[in-house]
Ligand binder design. Sequence first.
Ligand SMILES: [Zn+2]
Ligand SMILES: [Zn+2]
Length: 272
Amino acid sequence: MKFEFMGARGSTPVSGKNINKYGGHTLCACITTHEGEWIIIDAGTGIKKLGDQLESQGKEEPLNLHLLFTHFHLDHIMGIPFFAPLYSPKAILNIYAASNPEDTEKNLSGLMAGRYFPLDFSETPSKKIYTTIPEKEFQIGGAQVSYCPLRHPQGSVSYKIQEEEKQIVFATDTEHPEKGMDERLVAFSRGADILVYDAMFTPEEYKSSRRGWGHSTWLEGTKVAREAGVHKLYLSHFNPDHSDKQIDKYISLARKKFPQTYGAQEGYKITL
Ligand SMILES: [Zn+2]
Ligand SMILES: [Zn+2]
């Protein structure tokens, strides 16, 4: 399978010369399976570029997309109104979330309701199919998908995508416990090829004033990665106030604890 970060920034999109390396778009990742299924995790502003690419392929057959939502905080859904396939009658959007279908639709459509947007979500021409993610592993094409609840205000989930023994775990919005580690996430990530983890705060920022905000640090990411025995750790959900230079610095610090640490870079593609 192929994996691409379309956006790796948390909270709000940002722009500027000092954030070019890791990018300014909010969370979105895209996986293409061997069978050619499209699996999209979250719809931050990074999803716009992906939507434009999919639309420009101009194929006649239906565009069957699978969108997995970790939760509905704004940074994870704000790209939805600008996702070109939403407006395409040949697009089928299979939408998965931990909530029931009615709530999922409500949470997504609120962004385009009333005076917030010229068109209502329900009036867009694409076909939408809502699924509550099942407790047990489920199948999207040749890939197995499972989830694990995370520690985040109003809840969030981590997704694991597996195809032919290769596994990616995507855990972007989570706060580590006061003591020890999130053992549920450690068990869920066990032996994964890639763990994408929440590195919103530096350990110093976290300790001084960010406890209870629902996010974690590069240091905690290295602990989970080591304990779970993952092969590579990709730090993500970058703080909008952190520059490329700062992110480079904390990746180099993280490598002293867990050598296979990298930063999620917008547009970066991984083949597994
Ligand atoms: Zn977030
Ligand atoms: Zn969140």
